[in-house]
Design a protein around this ligand. Structure first.
Ligand SMILES: NC(=O)c1ccc[n+]([C@@H]2O[C@H](COP(=O)([O-])OP(=O)(O)OC[C@H]3O[C@@H](n4cnc5c(N)ncnc54)[C@H](OP(=O)(O)O)[C@@H]3O)[C@@H](O)[C@H]2O)c1
Length: 297
């Protein structure tokens, strides 16, 4: 397996997948709507060209909602000679009725569809199903809160074992480049279930800044996002996954990183130190360096 197509190549996981593949000397076609080889779920004319001479696909369905069915793409990929598909999915997005009936539903359904599209494509397949990314704190709306020094927490004591995107990418890399990962669903988490307040405390320690947490109700959180400029539907969709945390049972640990790579996942504190060093969380929002490849927008 040599020629790998990476969808969502500028994404939080995708950029690390591209980097780690290139470090291994693989030929990579890295695509998104903003890449020179443009790929847009909404524009089928862009699908066939990016599949030329590709035998392996990293599938990220972000952007598919309302414009396409991932199965159309994976079927086309199989007909074009693709022999292996590794799908980025999401914990709790695999078709749980609850998530599907929240405003987050269309996104949750897209991810579940992406899993099935890989599994039903007739190619070798692997599903990488992570929980909440640690890098969530490097993009809005959490990023603005962290920079402002006050983070609204609409989840009470619900816990999440935040996982580092670098570790998610490592699982994907194993599946993309090695044999023995076929027909595996890798549930991927970090090593420690944390409340959002504990995660913010790690960020405060890593940055040396005072960052307070403000517990709010979900409805207040939606209003906060509307005040920040989100339209109401987008604000509700952002709040959707937090509803899931209110139901509990989100803090369980998964062994996907160990199973796929043979090593333990990194702790949130190590991630926070690495991200803090880039300056992404400074009050002025100025980044000092991105040499580690830590994401941030
Ligand atoms: N974030 C989390 O905590 C988390 C947790 C579990 C699972 N997930 C899942 O992981 C996946 C990635 O989510 P993310 O939030 O982390 O996003 P992301 O991968 O960081 O970014 C989205 C990527 O998709 C590309 N993209 C956006 N719209 C597109 C379109 N219409 N056509 C083609 N490419 C498009 C973007 O690049 P351009 O803008 O250049 O097109 C970017 O590269 C999602 O399926 C999500 O459900 C996320």
């Amino acid at each position: 397996m040599n020629n790998v197509l990476v969808l969502g190549a500028t994404g939080k996981v995708g950029r690390h997948v591209v980097g780690q593949l290139r470090e291994r000397g693989r030929r990579v076609r890295a695509v998104s709507r903003s890449s020179p080889d443009r790929f847009d779920w909404a524009d089928r004319d862009t699908w066939r060209p990016v599949l030329a001479d590709v035998d392996t696909v990293y599938l990220n369905v972000w952007g598919v909602v309302g414009v396409a069915d991932p199965a159309e793409f994976t079927q086309l990929a199989a007909r074009s000679g693709v022999r292996r598909i590794v799908a980025l999915s999401g914990r709790g997005d695999g078709g749980e009725d609850f998530l599907l009936t929240t405003p987050y539903g269309p996104w949750a359904k897209a991810v579940a569809d992406g899993e099935r599209a890989a599994q039903d494509s007739g190619t070798e397949w692997t599903v990488v199903r992570p929980c909440w990314f640690a890098q969530t704190f490097e993009e809005d709306p959490k990023l603005s809160d962290v920079r402002a020094g006050e983070v609204l927490i609409p989840v009470g004591e619900g816990t999440v074992p935040f996982v580092d995107a670098v570790d998610i990418a490592a699982v994907a890399i194993a599946a993309l480049t090695e044999d023995g990962h076929q027909e595996q669903v890798y549930e991927v988490s970090g090593p420690r279930a944390m409340t959002f307040a504990e995660a913010v405390a790690e960020i405060a320690a890593a940055t040396g800044r005072d960052i307070t947490c403000v517990p709010v109700r979900l409805a207040e959180y939606v209003e906060h996002l509307v005040d920040r400029g989100y339209d109401r539907d987008a604000a509700r969709a952002q709040a959707g996954p937090f509803q899931w945390l209110h139901r509990g049972n989100t803090g369980f640990l998964s062994d996907g990183v160990l199973r796929a790579t043979g090593r333990e996942p990194r702790d949130f504190a190590a991630y926070a130190r690495r991200a803090a060093a880039t300056g992404v969380w400074s009050a002025s929002g100025v980044r000092r360096t991105s040499r580690s490849g830590v994401s941030g927008r």
